[in-house]
Design a protein around this ligand. Structure first.
Ligand code: NAD
Ligand code: GLY
Length: 366
């Protein structure tokens, strides 16, 4: 039996929107869009893999509800999340005579969502858009909160905008077709929410490892919804990352260094974040913010989710150089997100980056 459809509101005044969670939602996309009076003329942005799996279901539902929909496909992969692909989207929007009265749907993972969201933010200075995320990472993170972007050859997500969707539709059934490695990588972001914000949720995750790895619907729905609730609470306080939204970057400083040293794609983002979270927790312990038991629990939980917790084989100075290139470094000082035990985190500026990371990774060659 399907789990019950549920929803939560992201409260951002006139930019507020609902996140709807459930199973078998794609067959009702048209009804959900009709409910929010979404424009009748729609561009559906997706890639060929997702189009093949879910395109027909979505298109049929839209047509039945009286929408007209054209499909725009983008090439698959992070390497295509760039200005050249964005231009292909604009070309098709312009050639297809889309106007300010049109709308856009992003159907896919975070790559499609970020890029289609930025196209919606910028085409004709902004048209309404809806996120239909189909990976765990995009369901618990990228589809919520309005960060849209494409990469520049000099760095990830350097060209973008804060632009909130009108609706996020999360159908957990779409995760059944997801590659197992993508499932595990997405779960790393779920663990992140427990560490930074909710000790009880973290304990629940410890008790539901096999249920989540096996995509058991009730457990999955609880984990996805609790993650979105935590993210939404933070975004409601700090939509444009002036303060607490930066807590969502927990594990990401070291994680980004791994991704950039290994070459994007070698480690999945969530895998790099998993390792980064263990490093952050060791630093927190060394600075007296967390006890040793917290690091042990974090590391054990990530291992149980079959995620990597050991840093790849690079010297400390290589990690430090990569971290210095991070957007978060200002005037030589790096603001880390550190956990206070489990269930809470704070921003913590460090000026001696080498010593801080050496203390957490003593075995690395300098
Ligand atoms: P992704 O979009 O590359 O998707 C992973 C792979 O899964 C792709 O090959 C995709 O085609 C395929 N896929 C998607 N849904 C599927 C399904 N249901 N069944 C089978 N295959 C499916 O990767 P991702 O992890 O979803 O997203 C990563 C991107 O998200 C990065 O570009 C990152 O920068 C971005 N991101 C953005 C935010 C934000 O706040 N906007 C937050 C975190 C990450
Ligand atoms: N993924 C971090 C954020 O949305 O702020």
């Amino acid at each position: 039996m399907d789990v019950v459809t549920d929803s939560l509101l992201v409260g951002l005044q006139e930019r507020s929107y609902s996140i709807v969670f459930g199973q078998n939602l794609l067959t009702n996309v048209g009804e959900y869009l009709a409910d929010i009076k979404f424009p009748k003329n729609i561009a559906l942005v997706t890639n060929l893999t997702v189009l093949d799996l879910y395109g027909q279901t979505v298109l049929t539902s839209l047509e039945t509800a009286g929408f007209t929909c054209s499909v725009i496909t983008v090439p698959e992969g992070e390497e295509y999340k760039n200005l050249a692909t964005l231009e292909l989207i604009y070309d098709q929007l312009i050639e297809g005579n889309f106007d300010r009265g049109s709308g856009l749907i992003a159907l896919g993972g975070g790559v499609v969502g970020d890029m289609a969201g930025y196209a919606a933010a910028t085409f004709l200075r902004g048209i309404p858009f809806v996120q239909i995320p189909t990976t765990i990472l995009s369901q618990v993170d990228s589809s919520v909160g309005g960060k849209t972007a494409v990469n520049h050859r000099l760095g990830k997500n350097l060209i973008g905008a804060f632009y909130q969707p009108r609706l996020v539709l999360i159908d957990i059934d779409t995760l059944k077709t997801l590659d197992r490695r993508e499932v595990r990588a997405g779960i790393a972001e779920i663990v992140k929410y427990g560490i930074i914000s909710d000790a009880e949720f973290f304990a629940w995750l410890e008790n539901n490892v096999s249920e989540l790895l096996e995509l058991e619907p009730e457990a999955l729905l609880h984990a996805v919804k609790r993650s979105c609730q935590i993210k939404s609470d933070i975004v409601e306080i700090d939509e444009r990352e002036g303060s607490v939204r930066a807590l969502l970057n927990y594990g990401h400083t070291f994680g980004h260094a791994i991704e950039s040293l290994c070459g994007y794609g070698e480690w999945r983002h969530g895998e790099a974040v998993a390792c980064g979270m263990v490093v952050a927790s060791r630093i927190a312990h060394n600075l007296g913010l967390a006890d040793e038991g917290s690091t042990a629990r974090i590391s054990t939980l990530l291992r149980n989710f079959q995620l990597p917790v050991d840093a790849p084989d690079f010297a400390l100075h290589q990690f430090v150089t990569a971290m210095r290139r991070d957007k978060k470094v200002r005037e030589g000082s790096l603001t880390l997100v550190l956990n206070q035990g489990i269930g809470s985190a704070k921003l913590y500026p460090v000026s001696n980056i080498e010593d801080t990371f050496h203390s957490a990774l003593p075995d690395l060659e300098s």
